[in-house]
Design a protein around this ligand. Structure first.
Ligand SMILES: [Fe+2]
Ligand SMILES: [Fe+2]
Length: 272
């Protein structure tokens, strides 16, 4: 069992956010804004799926997961609340969230089905999130001269994603979810997640008036496909998910623990 601490972040998200808040970089700002737009609906879905999966477990198995599920729900609920506040600020820049209604329509199709589908989708997304988190924590310089409160928001979220990356996966295994469906959902989630993220990024850049700037595309190429880029460095660990003996803990998360230890002044522990 993993001990998951719920933290209250000591930052103020009621203050306006600069238009190009991420190091003055239009592409990075649009990309992170797109991801943030998906969090309130996505993380609610993860919470609901993990809760449903937990309830479907035999009673003797539930005891093993009870505290971990509470921690998972507490962490994700805090993420969606803070990103909701962040999203209110970026909406003032004239951005429109087209991802959320699309995701809502898609998720409605799952209602009433086997709970393991929701848990498998969550596990696949959590693998993606963990890879993204690892990249953020390894490359904090992408946040460059961003305001300290926004650096804290993104690095704290990354650190907690690394902490709870096994929860949905372990519940899926405990529910005797099959390998075939686990990897099938990973394939689908990969296509859906990447196309949604890129579509929303383009939409944000268009609203910002910076879609057709050379500097925007140069930053996209460098941060996604460059030698240290997100997609390039994540490809190998993403592939590992397809192995039958894969488990999220096979991929290290030391950077998460280091960040949480070094930044203890940025948060308080809830219930401590
Ligand atoms: Fe999260
Ligand atoms: Fe998560």
């Amino acid at each position: 069992m993993t001990e998951l601490v719920v933290r209250r972040l000591l930052i103020d998200l009621e203050q306006p956010v600069e238009r190009h808040w991420c190091d003055g970089d239009a592409f990075l700002t649009a990309w992170f804004n797109a991801l943030s737009m998906s969090f309130p609906i996505g993380e609610q879905f993860f919470i609901d799926s993990v809760r449903d999966g937990f309830k479907a477990l035999p009673v003797d198995q539930q005891a093993r997961f009870r505290t971990e599920v509470q921690g998972f729900v507490g962490q994700e609920a805090t993420h969606r609340r803070l990103h909701g506040l962040f999203n209110d600020q970026i909406a003032r820049h004239g951005l429109r969230n087209e991802w959320e209604p699309r995701a809502r329509r898609r998720l409605a199709l799952l209602a009433g089905g086997d709970v393991r589908h929701g848990v498998a989708i969550t596990a696949a997304n959590e693998h993606f999130t963990a890879l993204f988190a690892e990249w953020m924590l390894a490359h904090p310089q992408v946040l460059g001269r961003s305001e300290p409160r926004l650096r804290t928001l993104w690095l704290w979220h990354s650190a907690e994603e690394a902490e709870h990356k096994s929860t949905a996966f372990d519940i899926y295994q405990a529910l005797a979810g099959s390998h075939a469906w686990r990897v099938k959902w990973m394939r689908r989630v990969t296509v859906i997640f990447l196309s949604d993220a890129l579509r929303q990024t383009v939409c944000n850049l268009r609203a910002d008036g910076s879609l057709w700037r050379w500097s925007t595309w140069r930053s996209a190429a460098r941060h996604l496909l460059g030698r240290e880029g997100l997609l390039r460095t994540s490809y190998r660990p993403w592939r590992q998910y397809f192995r039958e003996d894969f488990h999220p803990t096979q991929q290290h998360s030391d950077l998460s623990a280091n960040w949480l230890a070094a930044n203890a002044a940025s948060y308080t522990r809830v219930g401590a």
